[in-house]
Design a protein around this ligand. Structure first.
Ligand code: NDP
Length: 345
């Protein structure tokens, strides 16, 4: 039995391609004591992957020669751990590979929700939901009646932020890259306004969509979009700096933001946010996110691609705006393993 995996070969300059990786096949061995062999089912493709392959950041980079890092969901195929029996569903850093051998304490068991797809645990009930929940509520601290702007608003994080903003009672403006995405935001998700940054002048459009100014900005993009928001901040505004996706593929130093001085004059607060700081508090957020979903207040969509061999190209959908919702790559089938006689229970 073989494990097929993507090994980082060189650090990309600009856009990622398969040429930056080696497609390797290695035999799968039984797990040592305290570890389990996980068969990978779903791989989360995140903008952070581009950061991890670039160099040191908020966590150590993926080293050259290592399997590419990625969060995944899998099924325990062989167990040498009393805590994680065969057949259990687990999530953790499974990597861009079909099988992962990991210590039991690096995996979290999944108690599957009866009415949700497994992929939800890579989205609203995983790191994406926690990012939206803690980033908005703890860092942004939105109040009823305030105006919230969110960029990459139709994406995995952004779409949840906009909806939580509505739950809290904000006037919510989403910024996204297509008319279809904008219609989804104001239609199905119930945002107050949406701006297509590809076809509209964002500074002017913000003037119309946020006539009372901006109190909270959930920033996923940076660059010109952040600058336009800075130009319309209210006194004591809060900016949740969650992501700068417009810069992750940059090959030159990125200028700006030009309206930086607005932070001073508007007495605004800009705070960086990394979801891993909040993982110990996941138990506070996940039941609330699940309840909002049950109540129909929180909707999400999954963009499911297939085949581990397509991982590098599929990742680029995030930087082209080609994903519709949380981007997930199906790596294996959910059913019993084709390789092992002991079937999962
Ligand atoms: P999304 O599902 O939002 O996909 C990324 C989206 O970003 C694309 O669909 C595209 O939407 C938009 N985008 C890409 N390039 C540009 C650009 N140059 N200008 C404007 N928009 C662009 O991904 P996620 O929800 O997973 O991530 C969203 C952001 O949140 C990222 O910045 C990510 O790094 C960050 N993040 C941060 C975390 C943290 O702990 N700090 C944790 C998780 C995510 P469109 O069609 O609208 O252009």
């Amino acid at each position: 039995m073989k494990n097929r995996r993507w090994i980082l070969k060189e650090r990309p300059e600009g856009k990622v391609s398969a040429a930056h990786f080696e497609w390797a096949e290695e035999p799968v061995s039984p797990p040592p004591a305290g570890q389990v062999l996980v068969r990978h089912l779903y791989l989360s493709l995140d903008p952070a992957a581009r950061i991890w392959m670039a160099g040191p950041s908020y966590m150590p980079p993926v080293e050259i020669g290592e399997v590419m890092r990625g969060i995944g969901i899998g099924v325990v195929e062989q167990s040498a751990s009393p805590r994680l029996p065969e057949g259990d569903l687990v999530t953790g850093l499974l990597g861009w590979q079909e099988y992962a051998t990991l210590p039991e304490d690096e995996l979290t068991p999944i108690q599957r929700h009866p009415r949700l797809p497994l992929t939800a645990y890579l989205g609203v009930l995983g790191h994406i939901g926690l990012t939206a929940y803690f980033g908005l509520l703890e860092v942004g601290r939105p109040q009823p009646g305030e105006t919230l702007v969110v960029s990459a608003a139709a994406g995995a994080v952004g779409s949840l932020v906009g909806q939580i903003g509505k739950i809290v009672g904000c006037h919510v403006v989403g910024i996204a890259g297509s008319d279809e995405k904008c219609r989804w935001l104001t239609g199905e998700l119930g945002l107050d306004a949406a701006i297509n940054y590809r076809t509209q002048e964002v500074p002017e459009a913000l003037g119309e969509a946020a006539p009372n100014g901006i109190d909270v900005d959930f920033e996923n993009v940076g660059g010109e979009i952040l600058d336009a928001v800075l130009g319309r901040l209210n006194q004591n505004a809060r900016i949740v700096l969650c992501g700068l996706i417009s810069q992750y593929n940059a090959t030159q130093p990125v200028p700006g933001p030009y309206n930086f001085g607005a932070l001073l004059t508007r007495r605004a607060r800009l705070q960086g946010f990394i979801v891993t700081d909040y993982l110990p508090r996941a138990g506070e957020a996940l039941p609330q996110l699940a309840q909002w979903m049950e109540q129909g207040k929180l909707k999400f969509r999954i963009d499911l691609a297939r085949g581990l061999e397509n991982a590098p190209e599929t990742l680029n959908k995030l930087f082209e705006g080609a994903n519709r919702g949380k981007l997930v790559l199906q790596v294996g089938e959910e059913g019993p393993s084709p390789h092992f006689s002991g079937e999962p229970t």
